[in-house]
Design a protein around this ligand. Structure first.
Ligand code: GLA
Length: 724
C-alpha cells in the first residue's frame, strides 16, 4: 500500500563498499544511511521533505567540485529533456488502459503533443503480479486486457510514445515482479512490444547488494536496452532519490555522476508530496548543485509536474512556479494529472510555449545559481542564440525584492536589454538592472536579451514597482502576520525607472480589493530618468465584515515613454485576514493558518483512504487525519478557552506507527500526549487555550525513529466566546 511502499535494505557493508568503490570519505554519511536503512520509504520521503523544507529556507548547497567526464547522450536519445505524461500521482495502482488512451487523446486534442509532450508513461502497477511461465513480464490482465504491444501500437498510431516502469531489484515499489535476474529478457520484451522509455526504479533491493553490484546492475540494464537496437530512453532512479538526496552525503554525487553517463535522466530528489515548499523549493535546492551534470541526452529529473493533480491543491501561481523552476533546471516535463478533465489553468501552464522553449532549449544547459539575495535564488540558464533565462525563486513565506543585472546573468555588455516575463508576457527595456518583487513561495521566469541599435525604442522602460504591507505579527515573535476586519495597515510602495529611456508623468498608487479603502495620494514625478524613484505610504483598511482569507493589494505605476506612449506596471502584496472562531466549532469547520503533512493531503473528516476517521472502533464524523510529521496552526484570536479532542492512530493503518502529539499556545507547549501507538487506548486531551492567539498542533514521531504514524484528531472541538 502507498504508505509503506519502499523498504530500505542497504546494509552498512553496502555503504562501506560504496565509499571504497567510489573513493569517497563516508563516515557520517554511512551512519546516516545505516540509520535510514531500517526505515520505510515514506519515512525517508517525509524525513527528506522535512530536511528540505528547512534547506529551502536556509542556505543553499554549494556547487559540486566534480565535473562529469563526458557530455554525450549515451544512446543518442533525449537531446532535450523528455516531455509527456506519467500516470503515477494521479492514478497510482488504479491505472487502466482506458485511462492511458484517454490521456493520450487529450495530449493530442489539447495541442500539448504538438508542443513536445509525446511520451505516455506508465508507472508502477502496469504489470501482472507474476511473470509468465517463460519468465516474461505480462501486463495486468484486468486493467490492461489488450497488453502492452497493443497499447504501444495504439500510441504510435497517434504519433505518441509508450513508457513503462520497472525496478532494478526483486520487486517494484508496489511489490510487483522486479527486473532483477531478467534484465536482458525484460529489455528484449520491452523492445518487442515497441516500448520507447523505461523508468528504472530503486526498490526490492536484493540481499547482498553492494555499491559495486548496484552500479553494475544499472549499467547492465543501460547496456541491455541499448543492445536491443530500439531507441529506448533510460530514466533511472538510483538511491539519489530515495532519501539520500543530499550532496553532503558521500553517496550522492558519485551516483549522479554515474547516472549522467549511463542514462538519459535520473531522479535526483525524493518523491513529491503535497507540501509545495519541500517539493518545489526543496527539489530546486537539491538540483542547483547538480547543474554541471546535465547535458544534451542526460538530465536531472526533478519528478513530475503536479499542475491539476488531484489532491495537490496548489494555487495557479504555485503551479506556474513549479513549471518555471522545472524549465529553468532543464528537467523533463512529465505531467501527472488527468488531462481529460484539465482546467484552462492547467492547460495554459503546461502549454506555455515560451516556458517550454526554455526547458527545451537546444543548448541543453541547466540553470546555475548566480546570486542569492534576501533568500531569493537568482538562477541563469544560457540559451542558444545568446539570450539568458533568469529565474528568480523566492522560497520564503513573504514577498521579497531582488535586484540583479543582465551582465551578472551572463549577458554581454549592451546599452539596453529586453526583459520578457514569460507568464505575464510583457516585455520591458532595462538599462541593465532587473529588480522584481517576487511573491512569497513563488518564482518568476524572465527571458533577457541584449538590445542592439534602435531595438531599445521598441519597449517601455522597466518599472521596478515594490510594495509591502506592514502587518504586525499575531503576537510578538509569531511567524504569522495577520490582519483583522476593521484594521488599518500601512503599505509603503515605490517605483523606480530601470529603463534606459526616461519615464514621463509617472504616478504610483496602492489599491486593495474592491470595496477596500486606501488613503494616500498617488506619488508622482513629471520626469523619472534612469535609476530615479518615487515612493509613498498608503493606509489600507480591511473593511469590517471581511471574511477570512488572503487578499491582494496592488501597487500600480502608470507612465508615459517615447513619443507619447503610455504603459503601466504593477506588483501585488498580500494581507492574510483572519476572524477569531466563535461558539464551539470543530477544526474541520475552520481554515488553518498554515499546515504541513508528512504524506498526502491532510484528511478532513476522512482518513488517507477516504474512509471515516476511526480510533479503536469509534468513528468520528468530525476530525482530521494527518501523517507524522505534521504541523497545523489555527487562529484563535484570544477568543477561545478550551480545546477538547480524542487522539489515536487511525484504524485504517494497523502498522508499527508511533506518534507524539504536542500542542502549543502562542509558542508555549500546553500539551504532550506522550507516545501513542496502535495499542494505546484512545487519549482524550482537554487543553486550556485561554488568551491564545494561535494554537499549534504538532504530530511528531513517537519513538525516535521515523515510523509513519497515521494519526487522527477525533472531534477536535474548541470552546470560544459567542462573539469576538
Ligand atoms: C517510487 C518512485 C515513484 C514511483 C513509485 C511507484 O516511489 O520514486 O516515482 O515510481 O515508486 O511505486
Amino acid at each position: 500500500m502507498h504508505l509503506r511502499k519502499r523498504r530500505f535494505t542497504i546494509p552498512a557493508v553496502f555503504i562501506a563498499a560504496l565509499s571504497a568503490a567510489l573513493g569517497t570519505a563516508a563516515t557520517s554519511a554511512a551512519s546516516a544511511a545505516t540509520a535510514q536503512a531500517s526505515t520505510t520509504a515514506q519515512a525517508a520521503t517525509a524525513q527528506a521533505a522535512t530536511a528540505q523544507a528547512q534547506a529551502a529556507t536556509t542556505a543553499r548547497r554549494s556547487a559540486p567540485e566534480t565535473q562529469p567526464p563526458t557530455s554525450q547522450s549515451y544512446n543518442g536519445l533525449a537531446l532535450t529533456p523528455p516531455m509527456g505524461w506519467n500516470d503515477w500521482y494521479q492514478y497510482r495502482c488504479g491505472i487502466t488502459e482506458d485511462d492511458v488512451l484517454a490521456n493520450a487523446k487529450a495530449l493530442l486534442s489539447s495541442g500539448l503533443a504538438k508542443l513536445g509532450y509525446d511520451y505516455v508513461n506508465l508507472d508502477d502497477c502496469w504489470m501482472a503480479g507474476t511473470r509468465a511461465a517463460d519468465g516474461q513480464l505480462q501486463a495486468d490482465p484486468t486493467r490492461f486486457p489488450h497488453g502492452m504491444a497493443w497499447l504501444a501500437s495504439q500510441l504510435h498510431g497517434m504519433g505518441l510514445k509508450l513508457g513503462v516502469y520497472e525496478s532494478f531489484g526483486d520487486t517494484t515499489c508496489q511489490g510487483k515482479p522486479g527486473s532483477y535476474g531478467h534484465y536482458q529478457q525484460d529489455a528484449d520484451t520491452f523492445a518487442s512490444w515497441g516500448v520507447d522509455f523505461l523508468k528504472f526504479d530503486y526498490c526490492g533491493v536484493p540481499p547482498g547488494t553492494t555499491s559495486a553490484s548496484l552500479q553494475a546492475d544499472y549499467e547492465q540494464m543501460s547496456q541491455d536496452l541499448k543492445a536491443t537496437g530500439r531507441p529506448i530512453v533510460f530514466s533511472e532512479e538510483l538511491p539519489v532519490a530515495a532519501g539520500d538526496a543530499n550532496p553532503a552525503n558521500a553517496n550522492y554525487l558519485p551516483y549522479v555522476s554515474l547516472s549522467s553517463q549511463i542514462s538519459n535522466m535520473w531522479r535526483m530528489a525524493p518523491d513529491e508530496t503535497t507540501n509545495f515548499d519541500s517539493t518545489v523549493f526543496g527539489h530546486l535546492a537539491d538540483d542547483l548543485p547538480l547543474a554541471t551534470y546535465a547535458h544534451p541526452g542526460a538530465w536531472n529529473d526533478m519528478d513530475m509536474l503536479l499542475t491539476g493533480t488531484t489532491g495537490y491543491n496548489w494555487t495557479a501561481q504555485q503551479q506556474e512556479t513549479q513549471m518555471s523552476i522545472w524549465a529553468e533546471m532543464a528537467s523533463p516535463l512529465l505531467s501527472s494529472t488527468d488531462l481529460t478533465s484539465m482546467s484552462a489553468t492547467t492547460k495554459a501552464i503546461l502549454g506555455n510555449k515560451a516556458v517550454v522553449a526554455v526547458d527545451q532549449d537546444p543548448l541543453g544547459r541547466q540553470g546555475q545559481l548566480v546570486a542569492q539575495q534576501n533568500g531569493v535564488d537568482v538562477v541563469a540558464k544560457p540559451l542558444a542564440g545568446g539570450d539568458v533565462a533568469v529565474l528568480l525563486a523566492n522560497p520564503s513565506s513573504s514577498p521579497q525584492q531582488v535586484s540583479t543585472t543582465a551582465t551578472a546573468a551572463g549577458l554581454p555588455s549592451a546599452g539596453a536589454y529586453s526583459v520578457r516575463d514569460l507568464w505575464t508576457k510583457t516585455t520591458r527595456e532595462s538599462a541593465g538592472t532587473i529588480t522584481e518583487t517576487v511573491p512569497a513561495q513563488s518564482a518568476m521566469l524572465l527571458r533577457v536579451s541584449a538590445l542592439r541599435g534602435p531595438g531599445i525604442l521598441r519597449y517601455a522602460p522597466f518599472a521596478a514597482v515594490s510594495a509591502s504591507a506592514d502587518v504586525p505579527p499575531v503576537y510578538p515573535g509569531s511567524q504569522f502576520q495577520v490582519a483583522q476586519p476593521g484594521q488599518t495597515i500601512p503599505v509603503p510602495a515605490a517605483l523606480q525607472n530601470e529603463g534606459r529611456l526616461p519615464m514621463w508623468t509617472a504616478t504610483l498608487s496602492v489599491t486593495g480589493p474592491s470595496g477596500w479603502k486606501s488613503s494616500g495620494k498617488p506619488a508622482t514625478a513629471l520626469i523619472l530618468p534612469t535609476g530615479k524613484k518615487v515612493s509613498g505610504t498608503w493606509q489600507v483598511t480591511v473593511p469590517p465584515g471581511t471574511a477570512a482569507g488572503t487578499y491582494a493589494l496592488t501597487a500600480t505605476a502608470r507612465y508615459r515613454w517615447g513619443a507619447g506612449r503610455s504603459a503601466s506596471d504593477s506588483t501585488q502584496t498580500t494581507i492574510q485576514v483572519v476572524v477569531p472562531p466563535t461558539g464551539t466549532p470543530t477544526l474541520d469547520q475552520l481554515s488553518w493558518l498554515s499546515a504541513t503533512n508528512g504524506y498526502g493531503p491532510i484528511g478532513i473528516n476522512k482518513n488517507y483512504y477516504g474512509g471515516p476517521l476511526t480510533i479503536h472502533g469509534t468513528t468520528y464524523p468530525h476530525g482530521l487525519w494527518v501523517n507524522s510529521v505534521a504541523t497545523l496552526y489555527y487562529y484563535l484570536g484570544g477568543n477561545c478557552s478550551t480545546f477538547n479532542v480524542d487522539l489515536g492512530l487511525d484504524d485504517s493503518d494497523k502498522g508499527t506507527g508511533a506518534v507524539d502529539y504536542k500542542f502549543y499556545a502562542d509558542g508555549t507547549q500546553v500539551y504532550d500526549s506522550g507516545v501513542v501507538t496502535n495499542s494505546t487506548p484512545t487519549v482524550h486531551a482537554s487543553v486550556n487555550v485561554s488568551g491564545a492567539h494561535v494554537l499549534e498542533l504538532y504530530v511528531g514521531e513517537g519513538n525516535g525513529t521515523i515510523s509513519y504514524g497515521n494519526a487522527d484528531f477525533g472531534d477536535p472541538q474548541l470552546t470560544c466566546a459567542a462573539s469576538s
